[in-house]
Write a protein that binds this ligand. Sequence first.
Ligand code: 4LM
Length: 401
Amino acid sequence: MKNISSKAPKAAFSTRAIHSGYDSDTENGALTPPIYMTSTFAFDSAEQGGARFAGEEEGPIYSRLGNPTQSILETRLADLEEGEAALATASGMGAISAAFWTLLAAGDHIVADKTLYGCTFALIEHGLKKFGIEVSYVDCCNVEEITAALNENTKLVYFESPVNPNLRVMDIQKISDEVHRFNSEIKVIVDNTYCTPAIQQPLMLGADLVVHSATKYLGGHGDLIAGAVVGDAETIQRIRFEGLKDMTGAVIAPMTAFLIMRGLKTLELRMQRHSETALIIAERLQQHPAVEVTYYPGLPTDPYYDLAKQQMSLSGGMLAFELKGGLEAGKSFMNKLQMIKRAVSLGDAETLCQHPASMTHSTYTPEQRLAHGVSEGLVRLSIGLEGVEDIWQDIERGLLA
Ligand code: 4LM
């Protein structure tokens, strides 16, 4: 099954997640892609080396500029996200910063959702601002707030959907349409970490670029740190040669690229199971007398239920809740857990529980958290692949506490 992505009709998502971008005939029949554990590549001649550096001849040069194992992963990710090209990076933050540093310059303006993963917020607040980039934080659930913030210097609009950690959902199609109506040059960038392309494909909804923490569901096994940017070939090439090669150097290791491809083979299956279990847990949490509010877009009572149904094929494995006793009750819940791990990160086989205000979103000041919609008592769960009753039993024990 060669180069399956180029065959018509297009193969199923799960088939492409297993085969896309790899031809075993070119690698001695090896079933899984070889790990090219090399920093540099020998040229046949001085002229060939020069031609590769000049971009006149295709072929590897040095692993900071690209590596064959990385390239297979990039082809596969581009295919799954329906993009022209992808760039794999050393972390999600490497992907986001490589994109920002490439697309922005002093004097530019960006619009970002008010709630972002803590380090993305820190990158904008402490990084971009330091270099003279202006930022407007708006509620991206309200498209009018975005369009009102756009100006002639706006270069990009950035948001997560669903949002880490409070699971607000943005109308990707509507935002992309309105922003591009204002100025088609503005890049709409969506962090698709919570969904993965198995659930949501922002480029198909009009976004320009997708970024990922591949550390999470794409890898899926809690054993690596990686990221990706997906979009049109020209922009990805720019990000590769500016933001990645020269500005961040956030290069993915060949072994990590291999592990992500191993994870991708089961991505669709895992997302189905994560979503099924998360819905059951969310329903039970919602009905539990100790719980004040449950955030999960798959609950029919959730304010984002209809929008999520429209743009997400499943509701995903992430949920959050607040207990009636607030922060103290949340901490005591966490400390009672036995099977569920108290850990940041998400998208693993193991169910993980963390407290955003003191952990992933501690980069915000308490005042910023209040203004940006991250409540102090919020508890976040990344629902794993264990048996649903085992997960619930542990949660129930925590709730009784
Ligand atoms: C966490 N998140 O939430 P790297 N984008 C989103 C994220 O959730 C993350 C990143 C980017 C968590 C990490 C501790 C929506 C990370 C950054 O960690 O650089 O791969 O991704 O628990």
